[in-house]
Design a protein around this ligand. Structure first.
Ligand code: ASP
Length: 434
């Protein structure tokens, strides 16, 4: 019998997870059962993916940079990458602002709903606010200081330090370019082989993806707040989701125009990574799969993908920035505030920076939203308004974050002549069959 393609398996896993959880919520013991016996498998699956992130970045980025052979190529690609990332983020924020100003979802929130939401979620929102407070206290150059680790073993010990690991890997790769070839050859060969092993490990983990997403979605559904609150926030959620869909359209268009690759080619190639981003709400956890899909199925050569994607996973969060813009204006509307044009321009700047600063983990975008709110003079208590619905929106924005990274890697690859005409794997499920 022909095996079902991986993205279908993952989709079926997700749907069954939701159905299973809905059935379980009918029993008094159902939620506990899911929490005790199903959720841990989802956690194991995410852990296994995260486990791969640091070694993957080290191996592939060191190899990628050292393959570039000269430093000028690296800086050319670096500028192009960062430039394109910032451009797509600004487009995303602007789309968010246009949508939320046209639809005005906050104006329809009634006084009672607002009070109810603030009462229900005020405490949780306060924790996020305190997290953000810590980040705000740091000096203006703290973000720069944080990029350079004082100890690489220490930096590798937490996935939150991904930028530090990236810094080390690029630095190491530059060192490797600058030493004589007979010395660098064995080191490169080592990282080459190391990288192959990691990629094989990702293949193996992906075999468990349908079961992993089943567990993750089942746990999410039983933990979700009541449907009434969702309904109250429906228009806001639709604005975020509508904006995110538009953004996916922008990527498809950019890829189509600049690389001549059709929308179906792009979406088919990247969809397993998108589904995983949706299930895990973490660009960092999805990174290994994003890299594999982009290299093997979208035709981006390793030299480019190994550089562009790890950086993208940490700094390029178009979905997050779009969400932050919509959320900020929504909260302002719900509190009856009018935001003038200058304030909205300010939101473009702060949401772009806040999304760059957001960690690639679940819920990070909401922590950084506090900074956008503070800058625009919007009450931070408003966080409590959107708390109930943040997780599902996090799933959607993470999907866009990952799609954005993939599309920019194709654009950069095309610009530097590193986009293959034909992808390595034709049948896009082949890599998981062995
Ligand atoms: N969860 C998102 C990500 O990993 C970040 C966010 O919370 O917006 O890309």
């Amino acid at each position: 019998m022909k095996k079902l393609a991986l993205h279908w398996q993952i989709l079926i896993g997700m749907a069954l997870g939701v159905i299973f959880a809905l059935i379980m919520t009918n029993f008094s013991w159902g939620a506990d059962f899911v929490a005790d016996w199903i959720k841990p498998f989802g956690t194991i699956f995410i852990n296994a993916l995260k486990l791969i992130a640091v070694p993957l970045i080290l191996a592939s980025l060191i190899k990628g940079v050292s393959d570039l052979k000269d430093i000028s190529k690296l800086s050319k690609m670096g500028f192009r990458t960062i430039g394109t990332y910032i451009l797509t983020t600004v487009i995303a924020v602007s789309i968010g602002l246009v949508v939320v100003n046209l639809v005005k979802p906050g104006s329809s929130i009634s006084e009672e709903t607002r009070t109810e939401l603030v009462e229900n979620y005020g405490g949780d929102a306060e924790l996020k606010r305190q997290d953000a407070e810590k980040q705000k206290k740091a000096g203006p150059l703290q973000a720069l200081v944080d990029i350079v680790p004082s100890n690489i073993v220490g930096a590798s010990s937490s996935n939150a330090n991904m930028l530090q690991v990236i810094f080390f890997a690029i630095f190491f790769g530059i060192g490797l370019i600058l030493i004589p070839e007979e010395k660098s050859k064995p080191v490169k060969a080592f990282f080459d082989g190391f990288n192959e092993v990691i990629l094989k490990m990702i293949d193996i983990i992906m075999l468990a993806a349908p079961y992993g997403v089943f567990a993750l979605l089942a746990a999410l559904v039983v933990e979700a707040p009541s449907a009434d609150l969702f309904a109250a926030l429906g228009m806001y959620a639709l604005c975020v989701i509508g904006g995110l869909l538009l953004m996916i359209g922008v990527y498809i268009l950019l890829v189509w125009v600049f690389t001549k690759k059709t929308p179906s080619f792009f979406i088919n190639g990247i969809s397993p990574a998108q589904l995983l981003a949706f299930s895990t709400s973490s660009s960092a956890a999805t990174l290994p799969v994003t890299m594999e899909r982009v290299e093997e199925h979208l035709g981006v050569e390793k030299e480019v993908s190994s550089f562009v994607l790890p950086i993208g996973a940490t700094i390029n969060m178009d979905g997050t920035s779009l969400y932050q813009a919509v959320a900020a204006v929504f909260i302002a509307q719900a509190f009856g505030m009018e935001l003038d044009f200058a304030t909205q321009l300010g939101i473009i700047a702060t949401a772009t920076l806040a999304s760059i600063g957001s960690a690639a983990v679940p819920g990070a975008g909401m922590v950084m939203l506090v900074i956008v709110l503070a800058q625009a003079g919007i009450p931070e208590a408003g966080l409590a308004l959107i708390f109930a619905i943040d997780r599902p929106l996090d799933m959607c924005r993470t999907t866009v974050n990952v799609t954005g990274d993939a599309s920019v890697s194709m654009l950069v690859a095309k610009a530097v002549g590193k986009l293959r005409e034909k992808p390595l794997v034709k049948n896009w499920d082949d890599s998981y069959k062995k």
